[in-house]
Ligand binder design. Sequence first.
Ligand code: TYD
Length: 206
Amino acid sequence: MFITLEGPEGSGKTTAVENAVKRLTEMGYEIVRTREPGGTPISEQIRNVILDKANTSMDGKTEALLYAASRRQHLVEKVWPAIKEGKIVICDRYLDSSLAYQGGARGLGVDEILNINLFATENTWPDLTLLFDLDPQIGLARISKNANREVNRLDLEKLEFHNKVRNTFLELAKRYPDRYVIIDASKTQEEVAKDTLDAILSRLCK
Ligand code: TYD
């Protein structure tokens, strides 16, 4: 089982999932928690290049290729082996982030970005994608309040960019209804945590 978490900055996806992981572990499931870009030493090195605030001149296609490269290395070293061992992999962000950020918001084209990612992932699709949907204005306000969170190059994009990211995610949810579940991230933390666990459990019981 391969579960991915998607959504805008400040949607609280990481906190919501911590609770679900705790419950699932108590129930006896073996969970591997990981994130993109990153999750392995090579992928983390690529992450540092992509998110470095000094890299203002990075070309959009270079950015998309680096995300795909980091994704592939992470699949090879971490995701595929864990799935083979029957574990549940829960990953913060995956291919859909590339479709929404690089394809939609950067304007490189969702299908173009999908193509390079099909090459990189050898058609590895998540079984379940949880979309933590939130108005970017609320998300960005939440981030700026959180002094501990490091601000990265993509956070610094304008609101219009983040609105495009959101709209592309919502289009992807329509395009892939079998694997997408939309979580309303404007609800309270307790409600979001409950919706997250419910969505995972109902997919596990399918
Ligand atoms: P991160 O600090 O992990 O952000 P978050 O906590 O919001 O997940 O930074 C990852 C950033 O990279 C985030 O702004 C989304 C962006 N991103 C892409 O643009 N394309 C991608 O394919 C991925 C995986 C992430």
